[in-house]
Structures are given as structure tokens and as C-alpha cells.
Design a protein around this ligand. Structure first.
Ligand code: SF4
Length: 283
């Protein structure tokens, strides 16, 4: 059957060959307790993070390059994914964190229909997904964690090959914002939306445009995470402007704009969050 799950709409027969997302079926590269997500996500014991192989967006600077390009990852069935959910629960995970799920959301929904964990399920997305696909998995999802990456079609075209990124992601995030916000008494996000934005080198003006757009899209109570962890990764020979970390001044300008817009529930990162030591070890 031709795959039309995501906005790429490449029509690959995923039983036989991979599409743009790079995987035929469902693959998992790693799962573990992640201590470095935002406090309402990592909470006390860590977020039960599952990295799926492949990705439909394929950013040239991907911080998990070998996983998103499907160089790593073992094929698994939805039932085996349920076993991973159970193992992470047994390890004390504060939630199940589905990283890059958009191109495999059908398989994940099948797993969640077999076994729904007792802890919140987090959909950790690039935002490049169709609302029709989100509707299918939404009954099983408690928390949405999208990263709104670009506002400019020229920039998203340059770094992902997808000119329609913002329009698609804005529609997806508007859908995600309907999830009711609920925090536990000790600050764990039980339900709702937390939006991320990764500040990139030479992209301050686009970051400011992203924040302006989010101000329009989001309800007041949605938290925003401004990430400064960008580390040069991937094949950047054709993108020399990306071959450095962001400066303190770049991050400060974006942060000041978020404060000026009145984002009250704001997560920021220290300069020490930058570096390959924060990239998971793909053992
Ligand atoms: S999920 Fe993968 S195979 Fe399906 S349309 Fe998107 S890129 Fe193509």
C-alpha cells in the first residue's frame, strides 16, 4: 500500500521499500531514561525516551544524524514496542517519550492500542506531520512536545528541502494545543503541550518570527522551551554558516523577544548545554 502518512506524501510501499523517511517499517535505535529534557518532562527519574529510526524531515543539521538517516535502529513489531513501554515503566520512567514518531505514528498507535502505559505518553515531534495522522494517535497521547523550527519557507527549504514546513507545523501545533493542560502537584506535565524552539546560528530573525507566530497560535498557559544546545552535526560542507555554536548574543536576543511577547512559562538552557556529550551514546 502506498504510504501517505506524512506531508511528504511520497507514496512508498513501506512493506517493500523505504520512502523519504528512510525506513520500511518500525525501527528503534535506543531507549533509556533521559535526564536532560525540560523539568516537567524529565521530572524526577527521567523521561522514558524511545528513539525511532528514520525521519521524514531530514534536517541537514540533525542532532541525532545517524538515527534520523536510519543508519541505526533495529526492526521491531508493535507488540515488541509494547515490551519496551513496559520495560521503561519498570525502570521508573516518568513518562514514555516517543522521539521522531511522525513517520511511524501508525505503528505506534497500533502498539498503544494493545498496551497503554500507566504513565503519560509524550509525542516528541518535528511538527512536520498531518493533522489527519495526529487524529489517529491523539486518543493515546497525553503530552505533545513539538519543535517549531522555522518560519521562513526559504530557510526550511535550505535546511530540510521542505518549503511548506511552517504552514504544516503551525496547523499541527494548533491541533496539539487542544490537549488540556494538566500538571501534577510536584510539576510533572501529565497532559497538554510544551513547544520547543531550537535557536540556530545566523537565524535570529527567523527565531523572532517563530516566536511571533507562536504568540498567535498558542493559548496563554502553554509553556515554551528555548533551546540553545545546537551543536554542529551532520554533513555541513554546503552549509558553512551552521558550522559553529550559537553565540550568547544570539540566544539573548531571542530570549529577550520571548520575554517581551509575554511568554510567562519559559524554559531556557545554560551555555553548558552545548556539546556532543548531550547527544545520546548510540550503543
Ligand atoms: S511517512 Fe515516510 S514513506 Fe510515508 S509519506 Fe512520509 S516520507 Fe513517505
Amino acid at each position: 500500500m502506498k504510504c501517505t502518512l506524512c506531508p511528504v506524501n511520497c507514496g512508498a510501499d513501506r512493506d517493500k521499500a523505504a520512502g523519504r523517511c528512510g525506513v520500511k517499517g518500525l525501527t528503534v535505535a535506543k531507549y533509556y531514561l533521559h535526564p536532560y529534557e525540560e523539568p516537567p518532562i524529565s521530572h524526577k527519574n527521567g523521561s522514558g525516551t524511545i528513539f525511532f529510526g528514520g525521519c521524514n524531515l531530514r534536517c541537514v543539521f540533525c542532532q541525532n544524524f545517524s538515527v534520523s538517516r536510519a543508519e541505526r535502529g533495529n526492526p521491531i513489531t508493535p507488540r515488541e514496542l509494547c515490551d519496551i513501554f513496559r520495560r521503561l515503566e519498570d525502570m521508573g520512567a516518568d513518562n514514555i517519550n516517543l522521539v521522531t514518531p511522525d513517520h511511524v505514528s501508525g505503528y505506534i498507535a497500533e502498539a498503544l492500542s494493545i498496551y497503554k502505559p500507566q504513565i503519560p505518553v509524550v509525542y516528541n515531534s518535528s511538527g512536520y506531520c498531518l493533522v489527519s495522522a495526529l487524529r489517529e494517535i491523539d486518543p493515546f497521547i497525553d503530552v505533545y512536545l513539538p519543535d517549531l523550527k522555522f518560519r521562513s519557507p526559504a530557510l526550511s527549504m535550505r535546511y530540510t528541502g521542505r518549503e511548506d514546513y511552517f504552514d504544516i507545523a503551525a496547523e499541527a501545533i494548533s491541533f496539539m494545543a487542544k490537549k488540556p493542560m494538566k500538571l501534577s502537584e510536584d510539576g510533572k506535565l501529565l497532559s497538554g503541550l510544551l513547544v520547543r524552539h531550537l535557536v540556530m546560528p545566523m537565524c535570529v530573525f527567523d527565531s523572532i518570527a517563530v516566536l511571533d507566530a507562536l504568540k498567535e497560535i498558542l493559548p496563554k498557559d502553554v509553556p515554551l522551551s528555548l533551546m540553545r544546545q545546537y551543536t554542529p552535526m551532520g554533513y555541513l560542507a554546503d552549509f558553512p554558516e551552521l558550522n559553529r555554536k550559537i553565540t550568547a548574543r544570539e540566544y539573548r536576543r531571542v530570549l529577550d523577544h520571548a520575554l517581551m511577547l509575554g511568554f510567562a512559562d519559559l524554559y531556557t538552557q545554560e551555555k553548558t548545554s552545548v556539546g556532543t556529550e548531550f547527544i545520546p551514546d548510540w550503543d
